[in-house]
Design a binder for this molecule. Structure first.
Ligand SMILES: [Zn+2]
Length: 509
């Protein structure tokens, strides 16, 4: 029997993962680390009742190294799903860093300490689409290797980006990073009408959703295929998780589908200027079919999900008898006063946050004209992803086995820097080379991390408390090709956040 250690088992993706792995006839034993909270204790009791001795549960926290050691001892696989996510992450910056970055460091180090080199547990790390930062109708399509330009003040995005880089650069022998998309899950409607987070979603943002169910099936199928030695070309790589063509939509369409269930629409519940026009995340994936081809996990698109959702939550139908204006007043408008809402930031003079999410207009767009999903060429753009492929700065028509030091130098130049190492073993993307950024920082990273995963200088380009992309885009063509979709060249700001206090200042080169 193979032991699978799971973090985040009680979350929306975790629950489905547990369910599907324990439905496998390959005989997996699940060990879970849960938080000692009433909610997690209740989840634990349910799991024990249903699955009994096929599971082992203990309470602790990935922020504690000893808990990670205990969790991963003698494990064959580690599924590191746990993260503090928005909206909670937006309200507790320090705990977000500790959980998403320190927790990942603990998990990786525990696997290394528990294992013998080469036989340690295989590490499946769940990262996020938030690593890429903002996308809109100008470049709705993206893929692994695109620049990582996390949105300003998004500590969730930055802590996850730092976490995945730690995995990428670790001595682990078998790792994989799966960048999870927006998840369609059971309680999403209720959870979304509690916080100002809903106003961060831009109407025009392209989103390729992944349902919680399909994410759980994916986790099971990965383990089953790996046990059967059918995971060639999978380990030591980064992938995007997405439910594909049927799950590609926009922020506007998603809200509209959700509100239809209660007899309303976006236009009846919202004013257009309530939502941000930039500084969000999500995109349509040029490359999410790759995981599907390997693991056949897709069973749902957006409309399948909403039909299932409606049959499961008939209670929402009751809201249909209420006039939309009443729902707007009772359920939506109060959220504008939540301290995670752009309207709250406007009112309270948080100009850094306001500028980050609206740009120069500072007040949003006051008309529904210009909705991406209502454009005449919307369907055409949805069908022509290749047109939007970003340049990664080296010859991608070459097979990986042919990439050599000249390709490294070319890629470094496109990132405004240099590859200082003079030679490499052709095709070896995992031995580290030395690089230098435009600011003179030198660092060792694998070609995979730089060319294939979209990371660059760990000092300039891996934000923690400071976002400096206005300045970086002026020096790094790799960034410029996407940054100016939603920023003007004359924006010269450094955005900082310290102890929950956001600010921004002008920089001078
Ligand atoms: Zn640097």
């Amino acid at each position: 029997m193979r032991t699978v250690a799971v973090t985040g088992a009680s979350g929306s993706m975790g629950k489905e993962t547990v369910k599907y792995i324990l439905s496998s006839d390959k005989g997996f034993f699940l060990r879970m680390l849960l938080l000692n909270t009433p909610l997690d204790r209740r989840f634990a009791r349910k799991i024990k009742r249903r699955y009994g001795d096929r599971t082992e549960i203990f309470f602790g926290d990935i922020r504690c190294y000893d808990d990670c050691l205990k969790l991963t001892k003698n494990a064959d696989y580690v599924l590191h799903i746990a993260a503090l996510i928005p909206p909670k992450a937006d309200h507790d910056e320090e705990r977000t860093r500790q959980t998403n970055f320190d927790g990942t460091v603990n998990m990786v180090n525990a696997v290394i300490e528990n294992g013998k080199v080469g036989t340690e547990a295989k590490f499946i790390h769940i990262s996020t689409v938030a690593t890429y930062g903002n996308r809109d109708e100008k470049h709705p399509w993206g893929r692994v290797g695109d620049p990582l330009l996390t949105s300003m003040y998004d500590v969730y995005g930055t802590s996850k980006t730092r976490g995945e880089r730690y995995v990428l650069e670790s001595p682990l022998q078998n790792w994989v990073i799966l960048r999870q998309s927006g998840i369609l899950y059971d309680n999403m409607l209720m959870n979304n009408i509690k916080d100002g987070l809903m106003f961060h979603t831009c109407w025009n943002v392209p989103i390729e959703w992944a349902t919680a169910k399909d994410s759980g099936i994916l986790m099971r199928n990965i383990l089953e295929k790996d046990v059967e030695n059918q995971t060639k070309n999978f380990w030591k790589r980064v992938f995007n998780i997405g439910d594909g063509e049927k799950a590609r939509t926009t922020g506007y369409e998603t809200f509209d589908d959700g509100f239809k269930l209660i007899g309303g629409s976006v236009k009846s519940f919202f004013k257009p200027e309530w939502n941000a026009t930039r500084n969000f995340h999500c995109m349509w994936y040029l490359d999410s079919d790759e995981l599907e081809e390997m693991f056949h996990f897709r069973t749902q698109g957006c409309s399948d999900f909403w039909s299932w959702f409606q049959s499961r939550h008939k209670i929402y139908g009751i809201a249909r008898i209420l006039p939309p204006a009443l729902i707007k007043t009772l359920a939506i408008k109060p959220l504008l006063r939540n301290n995670n809402s752009p309207k709250y930031w406007q009112k309270h003079g948080q100009t850094g946050r306001v500028f980050a999410c609206y740009g120069k207009s500072m007040d949003g767009v006051k008309t529904w004209d210009g909705l991406f999903c209502e454009r005449a060429d919307y369907e055409e753009i949805k069908g022509s992803g290749e047109k939007y492929r970003l340049d990664h700065g080296y010859d991608e028509t070459k097979p990986t086995s042919e990439l050599d030091i000249a390709d490294m130098k070319q890629a470094a130049a496109f990132r405004g820097g240099q590859c200082l190492t003079e030679s490499m073993t052709k095709g070896d993307l995992h031995s580290k080379l030395q690089w230098q950024c435009h600011n003179g920082h030198t660092f060792f990273s694998s070609p995979y991390t730089i060319l294939k995963a979209g990371h660059w200088c760990p000092e300039c380009c891996l934000p923690d408390r400071e976002w400096n992309f206005d300045s970086l885009a002026k020096k790094i063509p790799f960034y410029a090709q996407i940054w100016y979709d939603s920023h003007d060249v004359d924006e010269n700001y450094v955005y900082t956040i310290e102890n929950g206090v956001p600010s921004h200042r002008e920089f001078h080169d």
